[in-house]
Design a protein around this ligand. Structure first.
Ligand SMILES: [Zn+2]
Length: 448
């Protein structure tokens, strides 16, 4: 299908933050093929379907670098008792919740935030999934949900030994199966919506055999590992107690960290740990809202960026939108370090440039820019700037205006998946009702 978008202010997200007026974007199938003078392009492509931007802002869709779709089912869930620390939050909430998920719950807990993501202008998500009672085929269930909503994604299964050897082996096999499936789909179509990584929970819940198997998968299938890294000091402490090793040394010994892999958080890295992490080439996903919610500390994004680490932003399941985490990142570091001048350049770089680069490094797909050859993952935002908007001050408009603005239209892979706030073919009320039914059953298993 050919689609011509005109009558929009275009933020291309190139290195210069170029803004274009009076221009149009031509999409052929899944990719952008031309950006140029609007009236000339309308004459040149009379056959194309035309989308009138009505003066809205057209920009590349946002990318979430670390997500847990199943986190949806923690919403409103009552805990027995009050967790006293991060390890207890995992034990009393997350590990009980993921154990209670069945296939139906995996599907609906992904479908609801996938729809929200589309509505909030997120066009691609890197997810990290766990459902130890329903491992096999779980990534297909998530893929089905994303495909229905029209969302792009990189999926993985979070392997852990916390439920025993058999479940960890199943998790590794689920990663392997799904990586192979995506690889075969991408051989047919490089713009295929889905890709995969080797998912791992965290060093302190993974025995040596699991790390060795994961590294082997990563090497033979050429896909990086996606792992939580030093989200809390308990990761380091229990790694020492159980495996008698320094955490970073251990992950390096098994080649878990590498240029195609994501380390989520990295809060409790030492200075030497940051140096070693930088040497591995691993990417880092910073999740400020989740870190504040768990009160686990603050990632030294400045120290990591200075060392050349590709640091992006994720929501860690706190939100299907990325913009709340972007604004939280903007506030958190200034507040914590009592310096109101921090982070302007860095947070902008992470949200707008590094997240697409992370997605590209893993999947090979060109996303995050409005230029010929890039995937047509675009959003039209109801943003009519009340003050002059230029490439130099675009970030100020993003943080304090665009971050709160309604998304009118979302396009993924050249397909309009939302227009005027509506997702064609999606009955949101029916899906929410089905989701509540699946969640109720999960919550009953949770409290037994
Ligand atoms: Zn996470």
């Amino acid at each position: 299908m050919n689609l011509l978008i005109h009558n929009a202010e275009i933020f291309t997200n190139d290195e210069k933050n170029t803004l274009l007026a009076g221009q149009a974007v031509m999409i052929e199938d899944s990719r952008i093929v031309e950006v140029g003078d609007a009236s000339a392009m309308r004459k040149k492509h009379p056959e194309a379907e035309v989308l009138d931007g009505r003066g809205r802002l057209l920009m590349p869709g946002l990318i979430n670098a670390h997500m847990h779709f199943y986190g949806t089912y923690a919403r409103g869930l009552a805990l027995k008792g009050t967790p006293k620390n991060f390890h207890e939050i995992l034990q009393m909430l997350w590990w009980k919740l993921d154990s209670a998920l069945d296939g139906e719950a995996v599907y609906y807990s992904a479908l609801v935030p996938a729809i929200t993501a589309i509505k909030k202008g997120v066009t691609a998500v890197i997810d990290h999934h766990a459902s130890p009672s329903a491992v096999e085929g779980s990534l297909d269930r998530i893929e089905d949900a994303l495909a229905l909503a029209g969302l792009r994604g990189i999926l993985c299964y979070e392997v852990s030994n916390r439920d025993g050897k058999e479940i960890s082996r199943k998790g590794l096999q689920e990663n392997e199966r799904y990586i192979r499936k995506c690889r075969s789909e991408k051989q047919k179509n490089p713009d295929h919506l889905f890709d995969a990584m080797v998912g791992l929970h965290a060093s302190f819940t993974l025995d040596n055999d699991s790390l060795e198997y994961a590294a082997e998968l990563s090497r033979t299938l050429q896909r990086g590992c996606h792992i939580h890294l030093l989200e809390d000091a308990v990761d380091e402490q229990l790694t020492r107690e159980k495996y008698h090793a320094d955490l970073i040394d251990r992950l390096c010994e098994y080649a878990i960290l590498g240029p195609r892999g994501i380390a989520a958080h990295g809060i409790h890295l030492t200075e030497t740990g940051k140096d070693i992490l930088a040497q591995t080439g691993a990417m880092v996903a910073h999740n400020p809202q989740s870190n504040m919610n768990n009160a686990v500390g603050r990632t030294d994004i400045f120290g990591l960026l200075k060392r050349g680490v590709l640091v992006g932003i994720g929501s860690d399941g706190m939100s299907a939108d990325l913009r709340p985490d972007v604004r939280t990142a903007h506030l958190l570091h200034k507040h914590d370090l009592k310096n109101s001048n921090l982070g302007w350049q860095e947070i902008q770089q992470m949200a707008l440039k590094n997240n697409p680069e992370i997605y590209h490094r893993i999947s090979g797909q060109p996303v995050g820019k409005i230029a010929p050859g890039y995937l047509a993952d675009l959003i039209l935002i109801d943003y009519d700037p009340p003050t002059p908007m230029t490439p130099e001050n675009f970030w100020g408009h993003f943080l304090f205006g665009i971050a709160d603005a309604a998304v009118n239209t979302t396009i993924v892979n050249g397909r309009i998946v939302m227009q005027n706030g509506e997702l064609p073919g999606i009955d949101e009320a029916k899906i929410a009702a089905e989701s509540r039914k699946a969640a109720k059953a999960v919550w009953e298993r949770f409290s037994h």
